[in-house]
Structure formats: structure tokens, C-alpha cells
Write a protein of this length. Structure first.
Length: 510
């Protein structure tokens, strides 16, 4: 162990005896939040029909959650630092459960949309508190690797589990159960957290809340997420879409200006200007852009083109879940203490890009076993291997008082990446489909031939967009290789005061 590491280890408090039990309840909460991102998608057609929601307004079931969650994440992260991570975590869980009960009992459109916005707001409290609890409770490098391996597997694979669960609940029970299912998750996690979690002393940030920072960051992020969401439905040239992007740029520029000057900033710029963390936020955001678009295309391809039921579609994603869990817990966690993070993240994104490359060969009659299954395995393995060190590195070396807001930045890069991915790749796919159908529909004389052209056009649109996703993942790998220069963590303590220096000790030959 280096002298720096020994000094850090000597100062570090004894690890919490209940940390592994705490991880169980943190993992349950994280699974609930990640599940909720996809489970409602499956139930949306049924909910729309039941409550009489118009086609124009149905996107708000997804958008209301995304805007509240994405807009309030930095605020939620700082609240966790000020008020305490455990308090924020338990409050977020109770609020999320109440909002889910409201959504499940919704009798009209306004009630459903309001419950989704509330879910997003409480999720913005819950998600950064969960990750920052891990960051301050697991300080030994080997233990941290295992803990973040489990967390990374859930963060990556939970969305696909949501598709399976959403399919089951919608097909065999009722769409309302996609909301009610959150309640037992939240109650178990909240009770467990209350009785088990002991937050390390002296890790709170007692500075007053930066109100101008809260207002500017929330409005800036809401404008950005809404701009991309609106671009998907109204087009990139729509005046309000452009206005949202301009407003977002002005508000976020003002936010950076304010944060550089106030005494107790909402987001201390030291958190994002450190090159390793900046590289993680950027590469993770790009990878999520690619992944979110893919989930959407594969779901439509399997259900509309291949005629799979919702449940069968969910099970079709299982190889990706298996790949993510394997990549995160068996590759990422085992190698994280032996090699530099970029040597896991860069190759991980490239393996995922290879899986994406397989999917550019999709046709109407493509075999699931020959094409989709190996592609999903590669995607899962690559993403699981890359996500795990990314989650850990994003909070490594952060002072305890900043761990909440550093964790919020991980979630923010994922949330904004998801909004961009859905809008950008959907627009590319729709444009390619329209062009294909316009070029080929003239030669289709019968109704069945016209339907075939439509289906071929859809697949053409998906593969065109997936080519872009391949490029985005290669760019994420390039950023990981270029920006992230941390060596492997030494075997001592890796969190808290003094760990910033330890992070930069070049332990591996490069």
C-alpha cells in the first residue's frame, strides 16, 4: 500500500457492521426506481384507453415523470448532503409509495399525470441518496467493488426486468398494478433502511441551500428534457422546441456562472471539473443515449414486426439482463481492483457497440436465436462491465459533504441521456421509415404487399437509428480511454478526505 493510502486508511472510521444489510435495502429501492422507468411503458396503451387519454396527451404519462425527476435531481442530491442521506432516502421511499398508490387509483387523466410528476419528484430525492449512501458506507476498495457491482447490475438490468414485470401485470392483472407493485418494494426498503442504515458521522454539508442554483438548475434541466421530448413528437424545427433549447442553454450557462461565485454552491464545480468524474458523466450519458433508443426499437420490433406478446417480449430481453449481471458482478467487480477503470469502461462500451452492430443486420424474418440473442448478450456484457466501474468512479474521491450531489450528477447524466436518446434516435428512425415507404409503396399493388412495405420500412428505420447508436457507443469508449486516467484503487480506503490524491496515484503500468 502507498504511503498516501496508508494515511487515508488510518484516518478512515471503522466500516459499518450493517453495511451489507443496508446494501440489500438500497438495492431494492434502486430496482424500484429503475423498474418504474420501463414498466409504465408496457401499461400505457391500457391506461390510455381506461382513462380516455388522447393520443396527444399520452406522452405526458412518461414526460411528467422525466421532467420532475431530471429537473430536481441536483436539488435532491444537495438535500441529501444537508439533511442526511438516510432521512432523504426514507422520505423519498415513503413519498414514492404514496405517489404510486395515487397513480394506481387514478380515475382521470389529471390524477394520473399528477401522480407521475410526484413519483419523479420523490425519485429525485431517493436516487442520489441511495448512491451516495453506498459511496460513504463502502470505503474499502474490494468491498466497494462488490457493492457497486451489485448496484451497477441493477441500474443496467432493471429496465429490462421492468419490461417482463410490466408485461405480466398488464396481461394477467391490470395496468394499475404497474403502480401498486411499487408499494411493497418501498415499504420493505424504507423499514429496512430506517432500522439498519447508520450514516457515518460528520459527513453532512451544513452550508445553507443555494436557492438561485436550485431555481436555475431545475428550470434549465426541465427545459432541456422537455425540448428533447417535444422534438420527438413535434419535430426539431418546432418553434417551442427551439425555444426550450435556447432557454436551457441560457439557464444552464447562468447556473454555471452563479455556481462559480456563490459561497455554498448547489453543484460545486470541483465535482465535475475533475477529469475522471467529468469523463464518467459524459461517457455514461452517451451510453444511455444509445441504450434507451435501443430498448424502444427492440420492444416495437418484437411486438409489432414479430408479433410477440408483452410477456414474451419481456422474456426476450432476458439475455441482456443475464449479460449485464455477469458483466457487472463477475467481470467488472472482479477486475476493478486489478486494472484501471478505463480498461474496463472503454472495452465494455466497445463490446456493447459490437452487439449493436449485430442488430444493424435485422430484417423482418431475422432469427431470434441466431441474431438477437447473441447481440443482447454482447450488449449486456459490455454495458455491465462498463457501468460498474463508472458508478464507483463517479463518487470516488469526492468529499463526503459532496457525495449526494456527485451521485445526483450520475443520475442526471442518465436521465438527460435517456431523453436525448429517445428523441434523437426516434427521429432518425421515423425519417428513414418515411423515406423507405415513399420509395417502395408505389410497387405494392395489394393490401398485403403494402403492409409488408410498411413493416420493412419500420425495420429499415430501426437499423438506420441503430447505426447511429453504434457510433455513439464508440464515442463513449473514446471518451473513457481519453479522459479517465485514474489508476486502479489501492487496497485501502478510497472514499472521503484525502482520497482525491489517492485516486491519481498511477498504480498500473499504462
Amino acid at each position: 500500500m502507498s504511503e498516501t493510502a496508508q494515511a487515508v486508511a488510518a484516518k478512515a472510521p471503522a466500516p459499518d457492521a450493517n453495511r451489507w444489510k443496508a446494501l440489500t435495502f438500497i438495492a431494492i429501492a434502486q430496482l424500484m426506481v429503475v423498474l418504474d422507468a420501463t414498466i409504465v411503458n408496457i401499461a400505457l396503451p391500457s391506461a390510455q384507453q381506461d382513462l380516455g387519454i388522447s393520443d396527444g396527451n399520452r406522452q405526458w404519462v412518461i414526460t411528467a415523470y422525466a421532467l420532475a425527476f431530471g429537473g430536481l435531481l441536483l436539488f435532491g442530491g444537495r438535500i441529501a448532503d444537508i439533511w442526511g442521506r438516510k432521512n432523504t432516502f426514507v422520505t423519498g421511499l415513503i413519498g414514492f409509495a404514496a405517489a404510486s398508490a395515487l397513480g394506481g387509483a387514478a380515475t382521470n387523466e389529471a390524477m394520473l399525470l399528477g401522480s407521475r410528476a410526484l413519483q419523479g419528484a420523490f425519485g429525485a430525492l431517493l436516487a442520489p441518496a441511495a448512491l451516495s449512501l453506498l459511496a460513504v458506507m463502502f470505503t474499502d476498495a474490494k468491498e466497494r467493488a462488490k457493492a457497486f457491482g451489485i448496484y451497477g447490475a441493477i441500474a443496467g438490468g432493471g429496465g429490462a426486468v421492468g419490461l417482463i414485470l410490466g408485461g405480466f401485470l398488464t396481461e394477467y392483472l391490470d395496468w394499475r398494478w404497474t403502480f401498486f407493485v411499487n408499494i411493497p418494494f418501498a415499504i420493505v426498503a424504507a423499514l429496512g433502511a430506517y432500522f439498519v442504515i447508520r450514516e457515518p458521522s460528520g459527513s453532512r454539508n451544513r452550508s445553507p441551500l443555494d436557492i438561485p442554483g436550485v431555481v436555475l438548475s431545475t428550470l434549465g434541466l426541465v427545459s432541456l428534457v422537455y425540448g428533447f421530448t417535444r422534438a420527438e413528437s413535434e419535430g426539431w424545427s418546432d418553434s417551442l422546441t427551439i425555444g426550450m433549447f435556447v432557454a436551457s442553454a441560457v439557464l444552464l450557462a447562468a447556473f454555471v456562472f452563479v455556481e462559480a461565485r456563490v459561497k455554498a454552491p448547489l453543484l460545486p464545480l470541483r465535482v465535475i471539473t475533475e477529469r475522471n468524474r467529468g469523463g464518467v458523466y459524459l461517457s455514461l450519458g452517451l451510453a444511455i443515449i444509445a441504450m434507451f433508443g435501443l430498448f424502444l426499437f427492440l420492444t416495437y420490433y418484437l411486438q409489432v414486426v414479430k408479433g410477440y406478446s408483452p410477456v414474451k417480449t419481456g422474456f426476450a430481453f432476458l439475455p441482456m439482463i443475464v449479460g449485464m449481471i455477469t458483466g457487472s458482478t463477475q467481470i467488472g467487480a472482479r477486475l476493478m481492483t486489478r486494472v484501471a477503470p478505463r480498461l474496463l469502461m472503454g472495452p465494455g462500451f466497445l463490446v456493447a457497440a459490437l452487439g449493436m452492430l449485430f442488430l444493424t443486420q435485422m430484417e423482418i424474418g431475422s432469427s431470434y436465436a441466431a441474431l438477437l440473442l447473441p447481440a443482447m448478450l454482447l450488449l449486456g456484457l459490455g454495458m455491465g462491465t462498463a457501468f460498474m466501474p463508472a458508478m464507483s468512479l463517479a463518487t470516488l474521491g469526492v468529499e463526503p459533504r459532496d457525495s449526494g450531489v456527485a451521485s445526483a450528477m450520475v443520475n442526471t447524466s442518465q436521465q438527460v441521456g435517456g431523453a436525448i436518446g429517445t428523441a434523437l434516435l426516434n427521429t432518425i428512425a421515423a425519417s428513414a421509415t418515411t423515406t423507405y415507404v415513399a420509395d417502395h409503396i408505389g410497387g405494392a399493388s395489394s393490401r398485403s404487399q403494402q403492409q409488408l412495405v410498411q413493416l420493412k420500412g419500420m425495420v429499415e428505420g430501426y437499423t438506420s437509428a441503430i447505426w447511429f447508436a453504434v457510433g455513439i457507443l464508440v464515442a463513449a469508449a473514446g471518451i473513457a480511454f481519453t479522459f479517465i486516467n485514474a489508476g486502479r484503487p489501492d487496497m485501502g480506503s478510497v472514499s472521503g478526505e484525502g482520497a482525491e490524491e489517492e485516486l491519481k496515484v498511477p498504480v498500473v503500468a499504462h
